[in-house]
Write a protein that binds this ligand. Structure first.
Ligand SMILES: [Fe+2]
Length: 156
């Protein structure tokens, strides 16, 4: 894996949210099941947009990785994610990595529907829900979680 590619590609993981109405993105409460179904489509919308963009450029590993990350960053190791319900190593490695960073970022950031959690609480929540994550990558996250805290503080 080219780590420069995952650094650049992961920035585009939620690009499909441009296709989701603000009333859903900015709703200051939990989504209804119908709204959540619509929110889930940001994965396939992002994939389609990046696929269109990459077609004009020919073979390009940066956008190929971006497509995998956009489509699969909400999949879960236990198969209960979306949009495909893929399990384990069927989920592309780049997406399994970004999932952990994305969940950490979501937990430690303020959202319209919730306040931010402090670093230690976010780590505790992720430990309780370990079954969502690739165990090997999650172990690396745990061993380096202080570095995540440092970076999170640097950008908040
Ligand atoms: Fe997302």
């Amino acid at each position: 894996m080219n780590f420069k590619n995952i650094y650049d590609s992961s920035i585009l993981h939620d690009v499909g949210k441009v296709g989701i109405p603000d009333a859903i993105l900015l709703k200051p409460a939990s989504l209804t099941p119908r709204e959540f179904d619509m929110m889930k489509t940001h994965t396939s919308i992002g994939y389609s947009a990046l696929d269109d963009a990459s077609r004009g450029l020919g073979a390009d590993s940066f956008l190929d990785m971006s497509k995998d990350i956009a489509l699969y960053h909400h999949e879960r190791w236990d198969g209960k994610g979306y949009p495909s319900g893929k399990t384990g190593e069927d989920i592309p490695l780049c997406a399994r990595i970004v999932t952990i960073g994305d969940i950490y970022d979501a937990l430690t950031s303020k959202r319209p529907y919730k306040d931010e959690f402090p670093h230690q609480k976010a780590v505790e929540i992720m430990q309780q829900e370990f079954y969502r994550f690739d165990p090997g990558i999650f172990q690396i996250f745990m061993e380096n979680n202080n570095e995540f805290e440092r970076i999170q503080k640097q950008f908040s």
